[in-house]
Design a protein around this ligand. Structure first.
Ligand code: SF4
Ligand code: MG
Length: 376
């Protein structure tokens, strides 16, 4: 099947003033060359730490932000090549569900106005009239259609997120970009919203780009997973391939610290792993702890962007033959020179599953990695 959404070499840089006196100009390289594709009726999970560029990518995809370069294709059509009117039309197909239902709904608007707003913005009169359409949308997301005159503060967090989803569905989009849609909600409510999204997908054939930092939730909902680090995809593939056979040391570190999934979520597949008594998954005897915060996206590391935090690089045999002790950002750690000088491409690595060909990782030494051994 042809992808409903495709991203080709997308870049989003924001100009900033840098230096002690803020006299030089630089750029926050929020998204630095990302390619993705999303098939109809599927969910692509996008994971990574905060600051990895996930939200920026999401905002570019729904048209809130313009890309610096690269292309976004909806149903094979390059959005940037369209006229204003054409773009508006196409944009109806891609809608966003925001992270925080407490701040993303206008408190002065009734729920009926909020959910019906896209009709007003796009000048659309739905069949049966706006009132009926709004009632149907509320029903679709499990809310009482008679509550259109209520205000957001009269709803719980989970209900507000349902309102946000109803609004996103008003224009009958094909694609929902969900940016951390459940992370502001109580754990007990998260499962209900995830289950709703799954039901809606089955019913309406929707495709989701599901942005989240919670790997347990992503494993549950996503068919495919992309892992982002410093504005780039470092690993991507079918959910089972990535979770059971992670090849990039960054993904392995993320997975080693996955919390226990919410038990109220219906689990179609077995959960990631049995939790250890401490609640984290053990990899080779313990969670991999990444030192320090991610480097600044204004001045990302040379070569492999993960080299300043990579736990694998200093353990490789190549590390001893090519020491580089004089780099301040790596301190005394000895890592292979290639990690500091060459940006690893996102390429197919060894795999054993039937989908192995679509499992890619951006690490010079990914082939030599052993998948995390998850122990109970
Ligand atoms: Fe680590 Fe080197 Fe692989 Fe980057 S290329 S992830 S620094 S081993
Ligand atoms: Mg974010």
């Amino acid at each position: 099947t042809d992808p409903v959404l495709e991203v080709r070499d997308l870049v989003k840089h924001y100009p900033v003033r840098t230096g002690l006196l803020r006299r030089s100009t630089g750029a926050v390289k929020a998204v630095d060359g990302v390619s993705l594709s999303l098939d109809g009726g599927r969910t692509l999970g996008l994971v990574g730490e905060s600051g990895s560029g996930k939200s920026t990518l999401a905002r570019v995809l729904v048209g809130i932000e313009k890309p610096t370069s690269g292309a976004v294709l909806v149903d094979g059509v390059d959005v940037s090549r369209l006229s204003r009117a054409g773009r508006k039309q196409l944009r109806r197909d891609v809608q966003m569900v925001f992270q925080d239902p407490y701040t993303s709904l206008n408190p002065r608007m009734s729920v009926g106005e909020i959910v019906g707003e896209p009709f007003a913005i796009h000048g659309i009169d739905p069949a049966g009239g706006r009132r009926t359409a709004v009632g149907e949308l509320l029903e679709l997301v499990g809310l009482d259609p008679d509550h259109t005159s209520r205000y957001p503060h009269q709803f719980s967090g989970g209900q507000r997120q349902r309102v946000g989803i109803a609004r996103a569905l008003a224009l009958r989009p094909k694609i929902l970009v969900c940016d951390e849609p459940v992370s502001a909600l109580d754990v007990s409510v998260q499962g209900q919203v995830i289950n709703l999204l799954e039901d809606l997908q089955a019913e309406l054939g929707l495709s989701y780009l599901f942005v989240a930092h919670d790997l347990g939730v992503v494993r549950h909902i996503a068919h495919d997973v992309a892992v982002m680090y410093l504005g780039r995809i470092v690993e991507q593939g079918p959910e089972s391939e990535v979770y059971d056979g992670a090849q990039h040391p960054y993904t392995q570190a993320l997975l080693s610290a996955v919390p226990v999934p919410d038990p109220s979520i219906r689990l179609a597949a077995p959960s990631l792993a049995e939790p250890s008594p401490s609640g984290s998954v053990t990899v080779g005897g313990g969670a991999i702890v990444l030192e320090g915060d991610p480097p600044s996206p204004v001045d990302p590391p040379s070569g492999c962007p993960f080299h300043t935090r990579c736990w694998l690089a200093p353990t490789l045999p190549e590390a001893r033959t090519a020491p580089s002790a004089d780099r301040p950002e790596t301190g005394l750690r000895l890592i292979p020179a290639v990690c500091e000088t060459e940006r690893p491409a996102l390429v197919v690595r060894d795999g054993t599953g039937s989908d192995a060909g679509s499992h890619v990782a951006a690490c010079h030494f990914a082939r030599e990695l052993v998948a995390p051994r998850v122990e109970a």
